[in-house]
Write a protein that binds this ligand. Structure first.
Ligand code: UN1
Length: 476
């Protein structure tokens, strides 16, 4: 059994979770301890206990610990990539890439720990000096999803620790393996006991107890909009800081003047890679009339060439869906789309492979309207829709007509349209001639409207959430 990590000790539990490989349901990756409410209380108390020591650590100590973690993750990226692909189902190259990104995130925030500077500002009053600096907020709860099981815990934990906070991590129930591996590396990084704690289990039990704990000063959450909304309410009640990254219904606009192969590659990558299980996925392909038929023909040809199979098998392009519940949800949306009058041009069926797993063919709908449920609700699977529009103006209006606003993309060779789109797209991130998914680790990440709440993650913007500003007046 892989244990919980609380106050620098490994703690087993009477209840265990069996981590099943979605590519091969006969393969149990390992068993993981499930935390009780008392474990959550103990983890928060441990994090509070470590706060004095870690918040007063030197930038060099923080750099050394985070750099150690980043180096080990990078050194073990093949092995951890296999674990990730095995527990979550993204392909081995995607999984290894995600692990590398996690390592780079720790390296980046190791640097940020030593660059944590403030400002010296002359006062408007004579003889007074003003200094502005950042301090940690306290104990932070990190509640993370299954689709990026090492990158997201890393992009929350690394800045949290870099700025002197202490951490309780609650990874998704479905993917405890990568979080446990991360905790094991952290346990050898020289952090004080209790500075980083791992509690595993269900969001509705373990996550809920964590978010409600009055010792938690801030909650950073990535997951569904429903859960995000309820976490925000709980945090508002006790005035805790909160940062939410939720869904997307990201548009990729393809204009008549686009380079067809650039557009098709961006659309296929954005819509189907990682089995479409990315909040940054391109699920609405908004295509102008002059290129529509050529684009549809080319994308279908490309989708047909994609190999759906075991995430660990060489040559697999698309791994399985994460579990049966998500697979049923995806297939349900395929039915919904058909009932709404969309044309299912390709895929959308359950697939059998040598090993029993949660496989489905990537689905493409055409002749869809933006008001259809398949174009309004986040599906979180390999299902995309083409929406035909007459021109750029209509494309922009449709792109922005959504309750979400995480990423948006445009494929065009026109500087005029690219530049207009990046100003007017109502989203936190805009991609030009690139997939809407797949972001850098050193720049801000986040969205607008129903996609995000609170300040941005990653890059230097991460300091906004993980620190609180102090303004200090001195009359020497
Ligand atoms: C990416 O597209 O590289 O949960 C990152 C998600 C996002 C991360 C996407 N928070 O899908």
């Amino acid at each position: 059994m892989k244990a919980l990590y609380i106050s620098g000790e490994w703690k087993e539990s009477g209840t265990v979770y069996r981590n099943i490989n979605p590519s091969d349901t006969g393969d149990c990756v390992d068993t993981y301890a499930v935390a009780s409410a008392a474990d959550v209380t103990a983890a928060v108390a441990a994090a509070q206990g470590a706060l004095g020591e870690w918040s007063s650590s030197t930038p060099q100590q923080r750099f050394t610990a985070l750099d150690f973690i980043g180096t080990e993750i990078l050194d073990r990226k093949e092995e951890l990539g296999r674990l990730l692909a095995r527990e979550e189902g993204k392909t081995l190259p995607e999984a290894t890439g995600e692990v590398a990104r996690a390592g780079q995130i720790f390296k980046f925030f190791a640097g940020e720990a030593v660059r944590n500077s403030g400002e010296h500002i002359p006062s408007v009053r004579p003889g007074v000096e003003v200094d502005v600096f950042r301090q940690p907020i306290g104990v932070v709860a990190l509640v993370t999803p299954w689709n990026f099981p090492i990158a997201i815990p890393s992009w929350k934990a690394a800045p949290a620790l870099a700025f002197g906070n202490t951490v309780v991590l609650k990874p998704a129930e479905l993917t405890p393996g990568c979080a446990w591996a991360l905790a094991e590396i952290v346990s050898r990084s020289g952090l004080p006991k209790g500075a980083f704690n791992l509690v595993m289990g269900k969001g509705s039990v373990v996550g809920d107890a964590l978010v409600r704990n009055s010792g938690v000063a801030g909650v950073s959450f990535t997951g569904s909009i429903e859960v995000g909304r309820s976490i925000a309410k709980t945090c508002a009640d006790r005035l805790a800081k909160v940062q939410l990254e939720m869904g997307g219904k990201n548009p990729l606009v393809v204009l008549d003047d686009a380079d067809l192969s650039v557009a098709v590659n961006a659309a296929v990558n954005g819509a189907y890679f990682s089995t479409g299980q990315r909040c940054t996925a391109s699920s609405r392909l908004i295509v102008t009339a002059g290129i529509h038929d050529r684009f549809v023909a080319a994308i279908v040809e490309k989708i047909r060439s994609l190999k759906v199979d075991d995430a660990l098998a060489p040559g697999t392009d698309i791994g399985p869906v994460v579990d049966e519940t998500q697979l049923q949800k995806n297939l349900g949306y395929v039915e919904t789309g058909k009932k709404e009058g969309a044309k299912l041009l390709h895929g959308g069926e359950r697939l059998k492979r040598v090993k029993t797993g949660y496989y489905m063919t990537p689905a493409l709908f055409t002749e869809t309207g933006n008001a259809m449920r398949i174009n309004r609700e986040e599906i979180f699977g390999p299902v995309a829709s083409v929406i035909r529009v007459k021109d750029y103006d209509e494309a922009l209006a449709v792109a922005n007509d959504t309750p979400f606003g995480l990423t948006s993309g445009i494929c065009t060779t026109s500087l005029k349209y690219a530049s207009h789109f990046r100003t007017h797209a109502d989203s936190g991130m805009v991609m030009i001639n690139l997939p809407t998914a797949g972001v850098d680790y050193h720049v801000p990440f986040g969205g607008r409207k129903g996609s995000s709440y609170g300040s941005r993650e990653q890059g230097r913007a991460a300091a906004e959430f993980y620190t609180t500003v102090k303004t200090c007046y001195t009359a020497p």
